[in-house]
Ligand binder design. Structure first.
Ligand SMILES: *Cc1c(COP(=O)(O)O)cnc(C)c1O
Length: 403
């Protein structure tokens, strides 16, 4: 069978693949610790579930407008005003089947062959593939650990060519938990505005942010920035609603109506009852969000402490999201240096992830999938007990390589 060449451009989401593999091993009876998850381990709050159940009983089970109900658009508008001091009209909002869907759709309506799209690394695994599927070229800007994995204005400037259309930026970031201060964003914004490129801001981890840091989406810094920005967000991470598939985009009417047209020929509307649940998530009590973020912060403190206590492992302290991205490269064999471990040779992050799964029964994602092969990504969306146990297993498995 001949498949379209476009499908060969992309790979299956590595995070979802690891998760599936870990689940299969667990089901077969292996005692696997799952550090692969890209979702909070908390249950969706009851008030949100009840809103969906009410919607079912009320018969709210039919097609809705393609770009989402006015009720949900208004809840999104109120959220963007309340949290981000951004003012949008209904015609500037589109609801989609998750933030990933919004990112996909915005890329489809903006980019094509010949275009370049900037992606700072370490990046979320899906950005390059979302860009590839438009025919455009993802251009990765490699940030440095020494800069806290933060994109520097000079790096941004150097990466922009006449073909550059946009930058996809996300903070707090997945996988490294990097967050930018207002000052740092203003410096990046100056380059963006001078060069005339667009901003796609993936704000999905906005609410999972630590140490009382404020969050600023680029669009909120000035009207000029708002005009060149598409703000992407959703309910998956903030409200533990990954399975409900509701995300949204806010931007100019021209872009949003193109996205809505595109959506009308593929998914049509996002699920009606999930839209009702999302209205409750955004308009209902918000205390749960902070409770969850504080719990994640405790776990971050524990996991960073334990990981950095392992000889040869270094790790930046995440400022948000629920992942750590430690450097385990000192355990790789490089070139002609094969003295580390006589019985096992690990040359890259994929081999490291396989080794840790086989040897330590710990599932995690290779850093290479995020653009930094010396690293591995560990999700701490799991209990303190699992974190302690899992990191101890990693420690023992790594020490076995060296001694
Ligand atoms: C989880 C995640 C998303 C996807 O969110 P959905 O709304 O569930 O599609 C988008 N961006 C990043 C960086 C993520 O980690």
């Amino acid at each position: 069978m001949k498949l379209a060449s476009r499908i060969a451009l992309i790979k299956p989401s590595p995070t979802l693949t690891i998760q599936a593999k870990a689940n299969a091993l667990k089901a077969s009876g292996r005692d696997i610790i799952g550090f692969g998850a890209g979702e909070p381990d908390f249950d969706t709050p009851l008030n949100i579930k009840e809103a969906a159940i009410r919607a079912i009983h009320a018969g709210f089970t039919k097609y809705t407008p393609v770009g989402g109900t006015d009720e949900l658009k208004d809840a999104v508008i109120a959220k963007l005003q309340r949290d981000n001091q951004l003012t949008y009209r209904r015609s500037e909002i589109v609801i989609s089947c998750g933030a990933k869907h919004s990112l996909f759709n915005v890329a489809q309506v903006l980019f094509e062959e010949g275009d370049e799209v900037l992606i700072p690394s370490p990046y979320w695994v899906s950005y390059p593939d979302i860009v590839y599927l438009t025919g455009a070229k993802p251009v990765v800007i490699r940030t440095r650990v020494g800069d806290g994995f933060k994109l520097q204005p000079s790096q941004l400037e150097a990466a922009i060519t006449p073909r550059t259309r946009a930058i996809i930026i996300s903070y707090p970031s997945n996988p490294a938990g990097v967050c930018y201060s207002r000052r740092e964003l203003e410096e990046l914004a100056a380059v963006i505005l001078r060069k005339g490129i667009m901003i796609i801001s993936d704000d999905i981890y906005e609410k999972i942010i630590y140490d009382d840091q404020p969050f600023f989406t680029l669009a909120s810094l000035s009207d000029e920035l708002k005009r060149v920005s598409i703000v992407i967000n959703g309910v998956s991470k903030s409200y533990s609603m990954t399975g409900w598939r509701i995300g949204y985009a806010a931007g100019s009417e021209e872009i949003v109506s193109a996205m809505t047209k595109y959506q009308s020929q593929n998914t049509s509307n996002p699920t009606s009852i999930a839209q009702k649940a999302a209205v409750e998530a955004l308009n209902g009590p918000q205390e749960g969000v902070g409770v969850m973020a504080r719990e994640f912060q405790k776990r971050r403190d524990l996991i960073v402490e334990r990981l950095t206590a392992i000889p040869g492992v270094t790790c930046l302290k995440p400022q948000g999201a629920f992942y750590v991205f430690p450097d385990v490269g000192s355990y790789y064999e490089r070139g002609d240096r094969f003295e580390i471990c006589p019985h096992k040779v690990i040359r890259n992050s994929a081999e490291m992830a396989t080794y840790l799964l086989d040897e330590a029964n710990v599932a995690l994602v290779p850093g290479g999938d995020f653009g930094h092969d010396d690293h591995i990504r560990i999700s701490y969306a799991t209990s303190m007990e699992q974190i302690e146990k899992g990191v101890e297993r990693i420690r023992l498995a790594l020490l076995k390589l060296k001694y």
